[in-house]
Design a binder for this molecule. Structure first.
Ligand code: SF4
Length: 330
């Protein structure tokens, strides 16, 4: 279900501990509880989207681990906006089975549950101080699915102890659970976090930007081929550069991933000296990011120019390779 989202940020609220890589104040650029101004914005949002499906989201904390009174305060706050088109979306921390909580969510119109899994590998979870096992996380996700909520999973390549094995294991379990939605946030070292200290002491090496793009492209390609929709790749672009110490941050990270996946598909299909027909909607993807996709293709085929046709009949993300003559080269 594709919904419009109105986000409330409740940084670190309910979190059982402060995860070594996390600073929700820096990520969300919100510092505290919900302000009167945000409620006015919510009112306007609901009015202007009265006839479309939408969700009021609580992001940046562990909604399920908030004291119950606090959760009920949030339900109360949003109650008058809930209708057939309007539901709640909550970010949660994976815990042991809790059917009562899911039933509470159901009663209060929660539709989507976003679970911060990060990895389904025990070694990675332990080294990252996540305080649950892969089995607990997996069973939590299955419980959410079985209770018929829309499930969103968040994964974080580049955590301490990660490697090919942990990534493969994480993806195997993710595909098997089959959440509806997926977020992939390669670990970025944020100022003031414990992992920043590890980095400065030489105990932690983040992913390079290029590696993070390749890994995320692989994860998202696999997911989408199993019907799981990628809704976000990389931290959002307006995070202040002052908060970033190291790691694969780029304001257009998601676009870089899309461009890389596009390049992979084209490279597979392209034949040297043939003409590449692309959709006008993909021109920026193909030539964008400093022409990386185009340049990679030229390098891969050892050519200086590639004959191109911009084909208005082609849909976004599609292309064809053929021998029609083109006087237009890139
Ligand atoms: S990663 Fe999630 S659980 Fe950990 S501190 Fe951040 S918001 Fe809380």
């Amino acid at each position: 279900m594709k919904s419009q989202i109105f986000p409330f940020f409740i940084p670190h609220a309910g979190c059982p501990h402060h995860c070594i890589y996390c600073d929700q104040h820096a990520i969300t650029q919100h510092s505290g509880d919900i302000s009167p101004k945000q409620l006015i914005d919510l009112e306007r949002f609901c009015q202007s989207h009265s006839e479309v499906d939408k969700e009021i989201a609580f992001y940046g904390g562990s909604f399920n681990l908030l004291p119950q009174a606090k959760r009920f305060q949030y339900y109360q706050l949003t109650k008058s906006y809930i209708d057939n088109h309007t539901h709640l979306r909550v970010s949660v921390f994976p815990t042991v089975s809790n059917p009562e909580l899911l039933s509470e969510f159901r009663q209060h119109s929660v539709c989507t549950i976003e679970v911060g899994i990060q990895s389904f590998n025990n070694q990675v979870l332990e080294k990252s101080g996540r305080s649950y096992t892969a089995a607990v996380a997996e069973s939590f996700c299955r419980e959410v699915k079985a209770a018929d909520f829309q499930l969103s999973i968040q994964l974080m390549p580049g955590l301490p102890g990660y490697g090919k094995h942990s990534l493969r294991e994480t993806m195997r379990i993710t595909l098997d659970i089959k959440p509806e939605l997926l977020r992939i946030y390669p670990l970025v070292v944020l100022r003031g976090t414990e992992i920043a200290l590890h980095y400065q002491q030489g105990k932690y090496t983040p992913l390079t930007l290029g590696r993070a793009v390749v890994i995320t492209a692989w994860m998202s390609g696999l997911s989408e081929s199993h019907g799981i929709q990628l809704i976000k790749a990389g931290l959002h672009g307006d995070i202040s550069s002052e908060n970033i110490v190291a790691g694969p941050f780029h304001p257009q990270f998601g676009e870089m991933v899309r461009a890389y996946r596009y390049f992979q598909k084209v490279r597979k299909a392209y034949k040297k000296h043939s003409t590449l027909c692309i959709s006008p909607k993909d021109v920026s993807l193909f030539k964008g990011r400093g022409g990386a996709c185009l340049q990679n293709l030229k390098t891969a085929f050892g050519v200086k120019k590639i004959p191109i046709v911009i084909d208005t009949e082609l849909k976004k993300d599609s292309f064809s390779v053929n021998n029609i003559k083109s006087d237009f080269f890139w």
